[in-house]
Design a protein around this ligand. Sequence first.
Ligand code: DX5
Ligand code: ZN
Length: 220
Amino acid sequence: MAVKIAPSLLAADFSRLGEEVTRVAPAIDWLHLDVMDGHFVPNISFGIPVIEALRAVTDVFFDCHIMTTNPDAYLPELAKAGINQASMHIEAIPDPSRAMKRARDNGLDFGLAMSPGTPFDSVAPFVEDCEVLVVMSVEPGYGGQSFDANVLPKIESAREWVESHGLGADIQVDGGITPENAGKVISAGATVLVAGTAVFRDDDPLRAVHALRRAAETDE
Ligand code: DX5
Ligand code: ZN
């Protein structure tokens, strides 16, 4: 399966977001958009008007990682602003059925995310209804943290579940991804790599995207 690269806007230069996005867009699969509310996580990032403004400058797939309490409350507005997929944390919606339905009603792909301490079992019953599973390899809230290798077995469990049940969900790994750990993460079973710092804090983000893809496609 081809690896998808999803740079996280959180590490981009917020004074020139349009340029940052259009520069990498031709080389990326998804743009990862971290929406935070200062409540579910101790940080506030950006929201609907910023996403809407970016949608006007690119057609790239918008993968929205919602780190808020009541994550499904703004799905209609987020969909209208132009997101294509909404991932929500199982810690915020232990019963994800309403959120799932709301995502579908708004024409969105649906994902469930797990923080590092949350076991795979918590999402297992819902994987068949997900387009993506998000295994967080850092505590949600901030970019620039180091990858936690303790999540590798969780990536393996997710891959095993998806394969043994004949499902199509992507397995996304989010947090501290670099060309150094990309191969290991893909070997464990990931299909989507999120990378903020490794892409947007590089002097040449486009080159950084290619470097990540090369590293991901070179098995460990
Ligand atoms: C953290 C976010 C991540 C973050 C990744 O809460 O979900 O998407 O932006 O950034 P890096 O790649 O810098 O760890
Ligand atoms: Zn994220």
